[in-house]
Design a protein around this ligand. Structure first.
Ligand SMILES: Cc1cc2nc3c(=O)[nH]c(=O)nc-3n(C[C@H](O)[C@H](O)[C@H](O)COP(=O)(O)OP(=O)(O)OC[C@H]3O[C@@H](n4cnc5c(N)ncnc54)[C@H](O)[C@@H]3O)c2cc1C
Length: 297
């Protein structure tokens, strides 16, 4: 376990921090158990260091997990297991992910720029709990779960139950998110990823839609429609899913489901769009998705 001290801040506000590099999950868990709320987990640093540089988060005791053996993608028994420090670049380029969870591959491909995707990790994207996190929205649509480990043991939590508020999750201060567990998309699964922003590259979403459903003939099964940047947490449009479940797609049902999703959005104006605009776009995107002609081949 490497340990060094370093200084952070300008000369008037200089703070002393400690840096630990965990070489496995056990070491990382022990450090988090020891330092608790004083610890900052550092993965790629693309969210954390922005917070630190903007003086919104003080660096205390840094626990770096980039060499803790959490960089892997495995597939078996209908499930994809992706280690928390796997970068967006590696996920997007992985043939395993492209074949088994193309929605996730497509979503992480749209994150930031190549430099951000090279550093940013899937665990950091989820643990940071931004309502606009592209990885989180796509994982929510796929019905993913996350594995959380501490010295007290491990637990697996549905992503739906993981997010609490902007920047807040059920992660305890001594817990590490070690893995995302993603059900494999079936051959009959129809899906979409749509990120609407104010420009085409390195874009923060005004709204994003991640949706997935299985079609038995024309009957909808396992419908999951997730939206990013519309609520304090990544948002699952449950009512729309319930309306569609087990029914054949008809124009009136498509209208009803899209309207139900848009009406369920919180009345919350954001930095990049008003609630009114997001509701309109939400309805349009869902109608397009359910109209089938926009499904990827
Ligand atoms: C210029 C720029 C553009 C961006 N564009 C996008 C974008 O288009 N879409 C998007 O979704 N995001 C975007 N981001 C945000 C960021 O790149 C991603 O959220 C990234 O996935 C964060 O991962 P990280 O490894 O860098 O996390 P870090 O910055 O290392 O950590 C983020 C937070 O999560 C905690 N944490 C990290 N890993 C774990 C873990 N395994 N267990 C427990 N806690 C953990 C850290 O303590 C910290 O609080 C952008 C950021 C920048 C700077």
């Amino acid at each position: 376990m490497a340990d060094s001290r370093f200084f952070w801040g300008d000369k008037n506000t200089m703070a002393q921090s400690e840096f630990y590099s965990a070489s496995n999950v056990k070491e990382a868990s022990e450090l988090l158990s020891r330092f608790g709320e004083r610890a900052n987990v550092l993965a790629g640093g693309t969210d954390l260091m922005v917070e630190v540089n903007q003086r919104r988060t003080p660096l205390k005791t840094v626990v770096f997990i980039g060499r803790a053996g959490l960089d892997y993608i495995e597939c078996g028994e209908g499930t994809l297991r992706i280690g928390a420090t796997t970068t967006h670049t590696d996920i997007a380029a992985s043939s395993i992910v492209q074949e088994n969870a193309p929605l996730l591959a497509e979503a992480v491909r749209s994150i930031g720029s190549p430099a951000i995707r090279n550093m940013g990790t899937i665990g950091g994207n989820v643990a940071n709990a931004s309502p606009g996190a592209d990885g989180s929205a796509s994982l929510l649509a796929l019905g993913a779960r996350v594995k959380l480990i501490s010295v007290r043991g491990e637990r697996v939590v549905d992503l739906e139950q993981f997010f609490v508020d902007i920047g807040k999750t059920v992660l305890a201060p001594d817990e590490l998110l070690t893995e995302v567990i993603v059900p494999v998309q079936g051959e009959t699964t129809r899906w979409t990823w749509h990120k609407l922003g104010q420009r085409k590259a390195s874009v923060c979403a005004v709204i994003s839609l991640a949706a997935s459903l299985d079609l038995e003939g024309s009957t909808c099964r396992s419908v999951r429609i997730a939206l990013g940047t519309v609520a304090p947490t990544p948002f699952l449009a449950r009512r729309a899913g319930e309306l569609l479940e087990g029914k054949p797609l008809t124009p009136s049902l498509v209208e009803e489901a899209a309207r139900a999703a848009s009406e369920a959005l919180p009345d919350r104006d954001g930095l990049r769009a008003t609630a009114w605009y997001r509701r309109r776009i939400c309805e349009v995107l869902i109608k397009r998705f359910l109209s089938l002609d926009v499904f990827p081949a």
